[in-house]
Design a protein around this ligand. Structure first.
Ligand code: ADP
Length: 163
């Protein structure tokens, strides 16, 4: 079975990567899909985010990256993916994620949402926290796949590596 892992990935973190690696062992194929959300102004362009994901997952032969706009369930249907993967970090993710999962199920009963619990070392990690640290010149190399820390430093006009 093929799984879809949708998100903003702005940028991809080691938390996302952990979830991708674990799901690549569970599914024949994992499609990481960057959502083009007109309501959100991303820090990294779609092309940059796709390149970051492709570079970070190049060691996983059954993982692909793509982008989409519109409804996630429509994209799941179009690509023949029966499972939407989402990560749960803390209780605070739960309510929102459950609402989306129920809505998606009402729209497409044949597409299941599956939650994977985040690995403990990454449970505090989010793209926005990483950007907050990088904005002020903090060290983020232990939080993002290689190469991404350098791009963050460039984005915020900080020196790399941090002093
Ligand atoms: P979105 O805007 O769709 O929430 P994100 O890129 O923030 O996009 O997250 C995409 C998915 O990855 C979500 O299911 C989120 O819960 C999960 N995720 C985010 N951070 C982590 C992490 N540190 N560990 C595991 N999963 C995560």
């Amino acid at each position: 079975m093929k799984a879809l892992y949708p998100g903003s990935f702005d940028p991809i973190t080691l938390g996302h990567l952990d979830l991708i690696e674990r799901s690549s062992r569970l599914f024949e194929q994992v499609l990481v899909a960057v959502l083009q959300n007109p309501g959100k102004q991303p820090s990294f362009s779609l092309e940059q985010r796709l390149a970051q994901i492709r570079r970070a997952t190049s060691h996983l032969s059954n993982v692909e990256a793509s982008s989409f706009d519109g409804l996630t369930v429509e994209f799941a249907r179009r690509t023949g993916t029966g499972v939407i993967l989402r990560g749960l970090r803390a209780m605070s993710d739960f309510e929102f994620e459950l609402q989306i999962a129920h809505t998606n199920l009402s729209l497409a009963p044949e597409v299941e949402t599956l939650f994977l619990a985040t690995a403990v070392p990454h449970s505090f990690l989010s793209s926005s926290v990483v950007k907050e640290v990088a904005r002020f010149g903090g060290e983020v190399r232990h939080l993002v796949p290689s190469g991404v820390a350098e791009e963050l430093a460039r984005l915020f006009n900080q020196t790399y590596p941090p002093r």
